[in-house]
Design a protein around this ligand. Sequence first.
Ligand code: SF4
Length: 144
Amino acid sequence: MDDQENVAWCPSAKPDRPEAVVLGIHADSDGLTYLDTPVPAAEAVALLPPDVIPTRVLRFAGHCYASCHQRIGDSCGLVTKTALHAPAVEDSSLPRCHLRPRCKWWQQTGADACRRCPLVVHDVRVDDELSMRIANPNVAADQV
Ligand code: SF4
């Protein structure tokens, strides 16, 4: 159930979920600046100009829920493919991240997820073919 205290959290969630918080800020095209402490998504989104799409400038975290289209059984199919196929950051140290104790991606693939997490964007560009295949739930991990 999504409202349990020990529910796992998704680090690439939509901001409109009631529990959603800001994970980080897309400071530039190459990475994410992780917040030290979570900020409610609704508060952050309210501060943005109306013509700014929130997921273009911020990454949000929210509950990992059973009906998510990326779910494969109890696993997140998105992070499985991300860990296998997405490029990793060059810095070998892990991001300092407030979500780690409850992060689904960390629980499932550990450091392999964290080394790719800063480069993940929620709204994948249509001309980014690799990311589109990773994000497509109909593309299996061995077909990316
Ligand atoms: S994958 Fe790693 S860096 Fe990304 S949100 Fe989860 S714990 Fe934090």
